[in-house]
Design a protein around this ligand. Structure first.
Ligand code: FAD
Length: 416
């Protein structure tokens, strides 16, 4: 969105990609998008008491052992919690049906920001498979699994402009201005298919295949408008997909925060989970609060509560990054702020949703489903969205989804 006071385009919320997002990174490579991302091999953590920790893999150790030195150097856990954490990670690397009995103290204490941001839900409300997927990917997916890719420019420059340009060069026709209103279906010799799609301006176009890559609730609206087979629509259990909110606090300070050369930190001990130094105007930072539908008060989710939330987040930043000059603490002052909350940023990965996520196939022979809500095992993320698209294409090409083409380097029990 355009932010008039700072005179720049700002994102709806900074997006963080991890090295374990293998299909998304492969897509970036294909579309020439790598230059827009800064790559870090470790995740820097900062807590409210000023302590720092780097979740960095050891280059000398193989497999998941490469994270052991970093875990044992962690300043936020007791020795007992570190041991419990290692045991828990072992358990989560195997198929577990329930996570309620597991001791998650250590995990919640240090990986809360990562888990909340990947799932946009608090750990007690997520399906065991969702939590397992994150842990398996982070610790067991390869040596850059916990590497981080941070966009250096606004997302619209990457995904709207640069990606669109590359796709057009590859002969893809993009049409951003037309919305699909309905699928016109037909049944011949007992086989149902989509005859054409109708746009909101009344025009129609027909194709060999159709992939509906829209959010779950939008597909529900399209299915209703298209009078689709009731049994099929009911089987999608669309009402199980509860939205999860992400709030971003945009802050313009009067001086830089002392991030010591880092462009982002995972935060511990306050409402904010990640801070990013942003481009576009001086001393502009964003603080992301995932699962804000659970973690913020109703007031804080509305414009009325924006200022108290900004004060809470600023206090967290002042304590986490104290600014000292000649023994004096010089707090940075907020010159301008904006709070954005996306109430349906993601879907909440609840056990009910994980029991019902649909596959790409539909009863219409040439219609397939994609989008982050389709069954990929991944929570609501860009990696999940990319995988769903690959699944839909594989379903078209081979009539089934095997996941054999995916770039996972480990056999994962939860993420498929
Ligand atoms: C604030 C925020 C922060 C996030 N942070 C992260 C993060 O750090 N890392 C991460 O991996 N993910 C993050 N996500 C989640 C990520 O953005 C989504 O999981 C991903 O974009 C989903 O992709 P999708 O293609 O399934 O759906 P969408 O991106 O929602 O795309 C659906 C598209 O369908 C179009 N559409 C809808 N209806 C119609 C119609 N009738 N006709 C034609 N087109 C239609 C929409 O305009 C839209 O372009 C975040 C999301 C938000 C909102």
């Amino acid at each position: 969105m355009y932010e008039p006071k700072s005179g720049q385009w700002i994102d709806n919320g900074q997006h963080l990609l991890l090295g374990c997002c293998t299909e998304l990174l492969a897509l970036h490579q294909q579309l020439g998008l790598n230059e827009f991302f800064e790559h870090k091999t470790a995740i820097p953590f900062a807590d409210i008491s000023g302590k720092r920790w780097s979740f960095a893999p050891s280059p000398l150790l193989p497999g998941s052992l490469r994270y052991l030195p970093a875990l044992f150097k962690n300043p936020f856990l007791t020795f007992r919690e570190k041991i419990q954490m290692v045991l828990l990670l072992r358990q989560l690397s195997q198929a577990v049906q329930k996570t309620d009995g597991l001791n998650k103290n250590g995990l919640n204490k240090i990986f809360a920001s990562l888990i909340l941001s990947a799932l946009s839900e608090t750990p007690e409300n997520v399906a065991p498979e969702a939590l397992q997927c994150i842990v398996q990917k982070l610790f067991f997916e390869g040596k850059d699994a916990a590497g981080v890719y941070i966009p250096k420019v606004p997302l619209r420059n990457i995904y709207n402009d640069a990606a669109a340009k590359k796709l057009k060069e590859k002969g893809v026709e993009l049409n951003f201005l037309q919305r699909v209103e309905r699928f016109n279906t037909e049944t011949m010799d007992g086989t149902s298919s989509v005859a054409n799609i109708q746009f909101t301006n009344g025009s129609q176009r027909s194709f060999d295949y159709y992939i509906a890559a829209v959010p779950s609730f939008r597909f529900g609206q399209l299915a209703d408008a298209s009078e689709m087979d009731e049994a099929f629509v009911n089987s999608l259990a669309l009402d199980q997909f509860e939205p999860g909110a992400v709030t971003t606090v945009h802050l313009w300070f009067d001086q830089p925060l002392p991030l010591n050369g880092q462009s982002f930190f995972a935060l511990l001990g306050g409402p904010g989970q990640f801070i990013f130094e942003e481009a576009g105007s001086p001393f502009y930072y964003t603080v992301v609060i995932s699962a804000s539908h659970r973690l913020l008060s109703d007031n804080e989710l509305t414009a009325k509560g924006a200022l108290p939330l900004v004060e809470r987040v600023t206090e967290q930043l002042r304590r986490t990054f104290p600014q000292k000059s000649g023994g004096q603490i010089l707090p940075a002052n907020v010159k301008h702020y904006r709070v954005t909350t996306y109430f349906d940023a993601v879907f909440s990965p609840s056990p009910a949703v994980y029991a019902h996520r649909p596959s790409a196939a539909t009863p219409y022979s040439n219609l397939f489903l994609a989008g982050d809500w389709i069954q990929t095992g991944f929570p609501s993320t860009m990696e999940g969205a990319v995988r769903s698209g690959l699944n839909a294409v594989e379903q078209i090409q081979t009539g089934t989804v095997t996941d054999s083409t995916r770039r996972s380097t480990t056999a994962s029990t939860a993420c498929r």
